[in-house]
Design a protein around this ligand. Structure first.
Ligand code: CUA
Length: 372
């Protein structure tokens, strides 16, 4: 028969297909997988998913099992008589309506409950509050309780509830941390919220999940979940950059001394950076003369709407630059400063026409800004 060679061909290739599937399962690093929850909220969501999976698996086995059993049990032979014809069976019809309705209830009740839980607004003294703001194409994180702002790397303490109040600067984005939290759209002029409590330390990737322009795919971020002590050190380090800036600001203009706790974002903040060597001094000068200072702050001041670029208070210590796009090496940092459009075409940071030497000097200068 004609199908036999075709069947033989399929069978001959089957082992390769099976090996490919088995090997695919060996990959262990799925950083954006929601199937590896590391917070209470993602465990809850994973529970909803697995609940659905087990019900679906049970239905599949029962239905397919009954089908296969019927195929073999009632297989017709050429000289069989016509089978008995029936029409309607009230018992079976009630059962096949009631059982699926019951299963759907078992799935929908926990699902709806979980959806509502994601909208909880936790309160209490030990809740860490973070204001998240989406920009084309980076993320701003500010901590109103501590008066510090950072970008693209969200630090949180393990075991503490983190409450995110989010909006967008320009267009609609979507904040998504696959292993730590649900996905939530962020809008200009509208607040959305999300909470989570990381249960294990780690460095987790996140991603904008709503198309927001040509570089949407390069609008990533990371969440550093760390011990409460490490988190405190992180916050204190950022606060220290503000204190240094405030002290300098007060020195420059004595009348501002009283407002030192909340320094204005001006070029005077720049002078707070200690110019320890000739290279640093050169970088400091370039940062000012090339206009970097127009968009970026070097201390962790709260967001100022005139500063269009990410805060750079601890850029030297971040693991990635360009919103999770490039590992933060000296070469990448210099390249990003010199040719931003070759990394992210359309980004607000202009091509400044920097020489190789200037780019390296600026990168070395930024490297000294570790937020410590
Ligand atoms: Cu922001 Cu996509």
């Amino acid at each position: 028969m004609a199908f036999r060679p075709a069947l033989r061909r399929v069978l001959r290739q089957a082992p390769f297909l099976i090996i490919a599937l088995v090997l695919a399962a060996c990959g262990r690093d799925y950083p954006q997988s929601t199937l590896r929850p590391h917070s209470d909220i993602t465990r809850m969501i994973d529970g909803v998913f697995m609940n659905t999976v087990w019900w679906a698996l049970g239905v599949f086995i029962l239905v397919e099992g009954a089908l296969v059993w019927a195929i073999f049990r009632f297989r017709g032979k050429p000289d069989d008589p016509e089978p008995r014809q029936t029409h309607g069976n009230t018992t079976i019809e009630i059962l096949w309506t009631a059982i699926p309705a019951l299963i759907l209830a078992m799935i929908s009740v926990p699902t709806v409950r979980a959806i509502f839980r994601t909208y909880d607004e936790p309160s209490g003294a030990d809740v860490v509050r973070v204001n998240v703001r989406g920009h084309q194409w980076w993320w701003e994180f500010s901590y109103p309780q501590y008066g510090v702002t950072s970008a693209n790397e969200l630090h949180v303490p393990v075991g503490k509830t983190v409450f995110l109040e989010m909006n967008a600067y320009d267009v609609i984005h979507s904040f998504w941390m696959p292993q730590l939290g649900a996905k939530r759209d962020v809008f200009p002029n509208r607040k959305t919220t999300l909470w989570f409590r990381a249960d294990s330390a780690g460095f987790y990737p996140g991603q904008c999940a709503e198309f927001c322009g040509t570089q949407h795919g390069r609008m990533a971020f990371h969440v550093a979940a760390e011990t409460p002590a490490e988190f405190d050190a992180y916050i204190h380090g950022l606060q220290a950059t503000n204190v240094a800036a405030a002290a300098d600001s007060a020195k420059a203009r004595p009348d501002t001394a009283r407002r030192a706790a909340a320094p204005p974002v001006t070029t005077t903040a720049l002078a707070a950076q200690t110019a320890t060597g000739p290279d640093t001094a050169a970088g400091h000068k370039l940062f000012s003369s090339k206009g970097c200072v127009q968009c970026h702050s070097l201390n962790a001041v709260k967001f100022n709407k005139n500063l269009l670029g990410p805060n750079l208070a601890n850029v030297g210590a971040r693991r990635y630059i360009a919103a999770g796009t490039l590992p933060n090496t000296d070469a990448n940092l210099a390249h990003w400063i010199q040719h931003p459009w070759s990394v992210k075409h359309g980004v607000l940071m202009p091509e400044l026409g920097l020489s190789d030497a200037d780019a390296r000097t600026l990168a070395a200068y930024l490297r000294t800004h570790t937020g410590k």
